[in-house]
Design a protein around this ligand. Sequence first.
Ligand SMILES: Cc1cc2nc3c(=O)[nH]c(=O)nc-3n(C[C@H](O)[C@H](O)[C@H](O)COP(=O)(O)OP(=O)(O)OC[C@H]3O[C@@H](n4cnc5c(N)ncnc54)[C@H](O)[C@@H]3O)c2cc1C
Length: 418
Amino acid sequence: MTDRPHVMIVGGGVIGISAAYELARGGANVTLLERREVGAGASGGNAGTIAVGHPPLNRRGRIAQAIRQMTDSSSPLYVKPRLDPSLWRWLLGFARYCTDAHVQHCMSVMAPMGRHALEAFDRVLTEERIECAYTPGGYLEVCSTESGMDGVRHEAEIIQQHGYEPELIDGDEVRRREPALGPDRIGAVHHHESATLIPSLFLDRLAAAGERRGVQIRSGVEVVDLTQQSGRVTGAKLTTGETIEADTVVLATGPYSRRLTYPFGFRVPIQPGKGYHRDVDIGPNGAPALRIASVLAEHSVFCTPMDTVVRFAGTMEFSGENDVMRPQRLRQLTTAARKAFPEMGTARPKSEWCGLRPMSVDGLPIIGPVPGVEGLVIATGHGMLGLTLGPVTGEIVARQVLEGFDARAEELLPARFT
Ligand SMILES: Cc1cc2nc3c(=O)[nH]c(=O)nc-3n(C[C@H](O)[C@H](O)[C@H](O)COP(=O)(O)OP(=O)(O)OC[C@H]3O[C@@H](n4cnc5c(N)ncnc54)[C@H](O)[C@@H]3O)c2cc1C
């Protein structure tokens, strides 16, 4: 017999693995259930950027931009027109949050969270001696047009007001910092505080650190339902019919988080936002050996050096919960890259991938107890920043479960939607 609480985590992405690690570190008895394998969702294939202090996707003019691009499936932001009530409900809600006042609110929450995120990475990488090609020094957000420069300049001003130090540089300085970029790049913002890493390495090693601390990871196991008694969640039922009991269940199911909370009357306001990557080997006829990660601002393509490849990642497609890869969207990534890096060749990509981001309606993560249900905590909605916010979210969930409260999540609680 033990008086350690038994916590069950559903979902083995960066949020679930981070929560499992922190809960075990805090003394809980932790079981993690993942229906595929650790990192099988967006967490394993993302752009690998620890991007701190950024404004949300919800901005003035965003809906007009989405409507303009609705018929163009080759634009970076694409909403596939379809009759899906949950999509339209989400889009209407999203539109209501596209105001300057909301951007300021998000920044007042996310700017300090970004600093906590860096501290959390620092602690866990050092404490667990995790080698995952963590590279501080930031990334360049590079532009080839004046309108692109206006956009990144405006964003830099917002970030600066919240204590970060983005540096505006001209085209010559851009090429000095990243010689592979071509002469058409007219300037950039250098986001110094950010960092990059190889996400699958980070995740595998954090999972191993969790296991060393006693986390039991069960892969290939899908939760179909949560069990409950007198308004309290008591565990989960698996597709195999097996039931597992727990004192607390943490849902870290990313873009798939709506199903399991539905029976409790809580609609998680998220939509899956599909993104793609192409990994291209560095070398002749392949990708250039980049000195620093870059984002091609006009196309929202991240170019992150990861050991022997460069990962080209991006695009945001609202086409529902599926993993259909659209070739024209994959092509967009390398077409934009070839324009930016004149030396880049035409070698076939080493791998191609797509994954779904959990996009919350207000652009903020959703972390905390599910209203009206005892013993159920949710951690999702991290959108484009789930890797960045993984370890700090793990800390927050552990505190919420073990101590009942974490002040850093006051503005992130699910109760804000009730
Ligand atoms: C192209 C792209 C680039 C990105 N770049 C960055 C970046 O540079 N920096 C950054 O910070 N973020 C980035 N992101 C976002 C980031 O990847 C996500 O926010 C993050 O991975 C979400 O993590 P998660 O753990 O919530 O979800 P997921 O990674 O989706 O994990 C959820 C897991 O739950 C499992 N699951 C679901 N339902 C069940 C069930 N019923 N039973 C058992 N298991 C279940 C799934 O199989 C999945 O493995 C990017 C995303 C994409 C797509």
